[in-house]
Design a protein around this ligand. Structure first.
Ligand code: 5GP
Length: 120
């Protein structure tokens, strides 16, 4: 499929510094910040700095440095966040997953029992 990135999405604005955020970690290739509407005591969003809509877009088109930088950022967030008891990573893509913001993001959720992976 063809991926079309909308640079007016809210996370693009956060990356450009047009909208404030509570940064947890930043590196050359990634930014991690607190979700504005947390679903768990720990709810951090990790985003790549490049213009990728979703996980499949990123994995198909990002270069090795971007992929390593993003995944290392997830590792750093897990060190910083209180997730010794466990955590869940979620990345929604497109309509069926109810993706709200069309810039790739990992939700890092933890700090309490998270229940089953999906509602049936
Ligand atoms: P999605 O449904 O796309 O997987 O998740 C988008 C997430 O972004 C939601 O959990 C929502 O609370 C969060 N979000 C939306 N707008 C903002 C914002 O302006 N700042 C922050 N920090 N999080 C946001």
């Amino acid at each position: 499929m063809t991926f079309v990135y909308d640079d007016q999405n809210i996370f693009a604005k956060i990356l450009r510094g047009e909208i404030p955020n509570q940064t947890v970690f930043e590196s050359e290739h990634a930014l991690a910040f607190k979700d504005i509407n947390p679903a768990a005591p720990v709810h951090i969003l990790v985003i790549p700095k490049g213009p990728y809509v979703s996980m499949d877009h990123f994995c198909q088109e990002a270069d090795a440095a971007e992929i390593e930088g993003f995944m290392r950022a997830v590792g750093e967030v897990c060190k910083i966040a209180d997730v010794e008891g466990g955590f869940r990573v979620i990345s929604n893509a497109r309509e069926d997953a109810l993706q709200e913001v069309p810039h790739l993001h990992f939700h890092i959720l933890g700090g309490r029992g998270l229940g089953p992976i999906l509602a049936r």
